[in-house]
Design a protein around this ligand. Sequence first.
Ligand code: UD1
Length: 417
Amino acid sequence: MSKIIIEGGQRLEGVVRVQGAKNAVLPILAATVINGGKNIIRDCPRLKDVKSSIDILKGLGCNVTWEGSTIIVDSENISTHHVPESLMREMRSSIMFLGAIVARCRKASISMPGGCELGPRPIDLHLKAFRQLGIKVDESHGYINCEVDDIKPDNIHLDFPSVGATENIMLVTVLSKGVTTINNAAKEPEIVDLQDYLNKMGAKISGAGTSVITIEGVDRLHNVEHCVIPDRIVASSFLAATAAAGGHVTLTNVVPEHIHPVVSVLKDCGFEVSSQADTVTIKAESRPLPINYIRTLPHPGFPTDAQAPIMSVLSVADGTSIIAENMFENRYKHVAELNRMGADIKVDGRIAVVKGVKRLSGTKVAATDLRGAAALIIAGLNAEGTTEVSGLCHLDRGYENFDEGLRALGANIKRID
Ligand code: UD1
């Protein structure tokens, strides 16, 4: 069984480059299906979820190569519109392929996503919008089957600014005849990156990053080359790691405005954080101050994906902090493991009360989801003695060599596979 072993108590010092964004590259890989041509995507992180997307693309008949951090997808020949359960099971967020395949083939058949480690993963908003666009949607025998002759562009209102639903609507309408608007669209930076990607292949989309996105359908698309944006959650995780361990670290390949909500919290914790064009530096010389109230919200609110890493920081704050998790119901699974490390955290529904302790203590802990895995490693950097983190399959879904990055900054950390 793979594990990461950390001897806590080492300060972090130095410079680390942040990987390309997982949540940007996944919808972009789905988008490669649409143009029926060549797609060159740079700065793709080596992650399990990226590999799962590539397996889906290959299953559809695309020719895919992945060399270094560049993925090349040739989608000229698509041989099926069907994604079997075995490929969907690997990654729940592959629902974005539904919009991309319908855009390309006018029909799609995709295994229904089930629950995931964050709880149920409903797609009702995706399907409601598809139906509004005139797509026939049938859910039976564990599959979602979609069919349409001509997509009927419309004015869509999302009841909640879902990231996946916003992306799926953008993908499915790219090649339609007419103008679709998405109101109450999600505003995450990864949606802006998807808009940039699609526009580079000839789409006419505007408004991403605001709550109204307009998609003017086009007749055809062409080859495209693109470099994905930096991963704001990985950047936030390195900042949290430095805050928990103490130290002075500069991150490169960052868009500072993408991590404002997390930087703002770290400043309230008493840390010095400064940013330049594409770097961010944190100096952490003292125990964190507690935070009155953090609530996870859609962007530009505090990101749910940074909740677990920041909780590790607050678990050693000089006082009590309160967190409200508003996005996913099952996102406190790291709490029991942090408490095994000496943290004092109580959860009641969506609320976590984090009573800071002076220092955590190392023990064996198991990760059960992606960001929880990062949180346990961050906690281990602070802890006295040895921390062993298992469940690394979760970490590998979203972090490319997190342990190597931390080791380069001076952490006493090793991975055993
Ligand atoms: C994306 C991110 C994920 C992040 C999340 C919220 C990717 C690959 N994943 O996930 O890392 O944590 O955004 O920032 O980009 N919902 C519904 N019905 C729907 C769709 C969503 O009720 O049809 C609910 C979800 O259950 C959840 C909330 O809306 O409670 C947010 O989900 P959504 O924004 O869609 O997140 P994802 O796209 O799944």
